[in-house]
Write a protein that binds this ligand. Structure first.
Ligand SMILES: Nc1nc2c(c(=O)[nH]1)N[C@H]1C(S)=C(S)[C@@H](COP(=O)(O)O)O[C@H]1N2
Ligand SMILES: [Mo]
Length: 326
């Protein structure tokens, strides 16, 4: 049990209590064998539904809420929580917005994260052990999808710089690749063989070290829901939403630029940089405006999503061919 490795003084009363014993859906299906449902497993089924739908089983729940960092608040109204947690992109669970129920099949414990590639020493760490080491704070960030809708949401989590300190990348590491799980048994989208699973994203080391780059573990003052990328999800608010890889299992430091999921699908539209730029239209729509989810209006999209003061310097020396940010 990962939780037992935490120091005694970090354990709240609730975590010290014995864990309820229940089977998850996959174990249940296995236990059912060739379709003979025993009385015992049948009576467990309702417990499974309840435990996976409200997030109550998340062992990190006692960590939240955390203090909001006022440096990163924005002027926009925060999107209604119900909307941000039911209108999602998570292709592993379907190529539409209503994946929040499907995503409950994701098993978020145990969850091991591997840090490897060009680092002093590769290692693997459980999510709860990582959470205990990281400085948690809340940040309100804008989020702008390449599909021209946007939300404003409170993430909890820790700055990527804290992960870099833990990872100790070597001097020749130029990029950080982030990779999600690969489990077609629970993620029906991953049975769609024409996609280059698993979902991979990447940043340059300078981007990863930027103060805005954040790893979200909480949402709206609670553990981040599965549909939003539990237990660990990237937030880089100056880049289009598809860079914000969900449910990360592996961080690999590399010398070569990683082949990212969407750039393999269509590099012309969904390239590596993906910096938000209202002047560079998508092939099929303008990026000049965005639909504010939950509101009946469109607003002008800003260069770098309004975060130019933090990040513009990162791109000052880009070659002409890349300067449009695709
Ligand atoms: N693993 C994974 N991460 C992903 C995606 C995905 O399909 N799979 N979709 C991305 C896109 S396009 C967007 S807009 C955001 C949506 O995050 P949200 O549903 O939490 O708002 O997640 C990003 N991260
Ligand atoms: Mo997106």
């Amino acid at each position: 049990m990962l939780i037992k490795r935490r120091k005694g003084w970090e354990l709240p009363e609730s975590a010290a209590a014995p864990e309820p014993v229940f089977l998850n859906r996959r174990q249940l299906i296995k236990a059912m064998g060739a379709g003979t449902l025993s009385l015992a497993t049948a009576s467990l089924a309702p417990t499974v539904e309840a435990a996976t739908s409200d997030g109550a089983e998340d062992p990190s729940a006692h960590l939240y809420p955390v203090e909001r960092n006022p440096r990163y608040t924005v002027e926009r109204a925060i999107t209604e929580e119900r909307l941000a947690t039911t209108y999602n992109n998570f292709y592993e669970f379907g190529s539409h917005k209503k994946i929040s129920e499907e995503a409950q099949a994701l098993e978020i414990r145990p969850w091991e994260i591997t840090i490897d590639g060009l680092v002093e020493e590769p290692f693997t760490i459980g999510i709860d052990e990582l959470l205990a080491k990281m400085p948690l704070e809340e940040r309100v960030y804008r989020h702008r999808c390449v599909e021209a809708w946007s939300i404003t949401v409170p993430y909890s989590g820790f700055p990527m710089t804290a992960l870099l300190d833990l990872a100790r990348p070597l001097g020749d590491a130029k990029y950080l690749e982030m990779r999600t799980f690969h489990d077609p048994d629970i993620a029906p989208g991953q049975r769609q063989f024409w996609y280059p699973w698993p979902y991979v994203e990447g940043l340059t080391i300078e981007e990863a070290a930027n103060e805005l780059a954040f790893l979200a573990t909480g949402y709206y003052g609670k553990p981040i829901p599965k549909q939003n990328g539990s237990p660990l999800r990237l937030a880089v608010p100056w880049k289009y939403g598809f860079k914000h890889v969900k449910s990360i299992m592996r961080f690999t430091f590399t010398e070569e630029r990683p082949e990212t999921f969407w750039s393999v699908v269509d590099g012309g539209e969904y390239g590596f940089w993906a910096n938000i730029n209202p002047e560079v239209p998508h092939r099929r729509w303008s990026q000049a405006e965005e639909r504010v989810l939950g509101e009946d209006r469109k607003v002008a999209t800003k260069l770098y999503n309004g975060y130019a003061e933090f990040v513009a310097h990162l791109y000052a020396d880009l070659p002409e061919s890349e300067a449009l940010f695709k």
